[in-house]
Design a protein around this ligand. Sequence first.
Ligand SMILES: [Zn+2]
Ligand SMILES: [Zn+2]
Length: 243
Amino acid sequence: MNFFKKIAEWVRKYDDAHNFTCDICGREVFAGERVCAKCREALPWNSGAICPLCGRRVKEAGVCLECKERPLEVEKARSALLYEGEASRLIVRYKRGDQYLYRAVAELCLSTIKSQFPEAEGLVPVPMTARAKRRRGYNQSLILCEELSRKLSVPVVDAVEKRRETKSQKFLGRRERESNLEGCFHVADRAAVKGKTLLIIDDTLTTGATVSELARTLKRAGAGRVFAFTATSVENKHPFGKE
Ligand SMILES: [Zn+2]
Ligand SMILES: [Zn+2]
């Protein structure tokens, strides 16, 4: 570990030991906690009926229509929370500058990952281009991975690069998202992924296009099994393939 990493590690440990308030509401929390019990309880947990493949909330039990038509490239995807209310506000804050929220987000994700993906051998962040990272100052998927790695003792496999900038996905449908992303990822370290059971980690599953493209790239590079976990997921509100 180099000198700067050691200092960053020390600062992180100091912050962890000196946090007394909830990252969502500011109320007092117990030592080692980032989100208070009241906020935890009020969050929109993805605990009802879900699609067994993409993990998104569904109205009726069973594989969702979108997965029937075009399943994701991962064996299974799961998310801890629904992307709505306080959970979506937390994610938006986390992505728009409140970098320290990685601890709160990780805390809310831990039990789902532990119960759903005990076989994971490596946590894979969604890479950003160097330019995008400079603009935001951090890769939210990578620092979430690093925190989860510390808590779960599963290593981070940061072996993929994003080679070209893609358009903002916000106003694109699934097909457009897919062609926008095609070929944007590249595995720089094939040995790190070969034969491994990998878990992609991201903040939100919307159409799943990013997760699918990354999974496809990992499998082409020889990964064994590929799963995905996102902190939140968007409920599929257009079951008939409207994009
Ligand atoms: Zn709170
Ligand atoms: Zn599905």
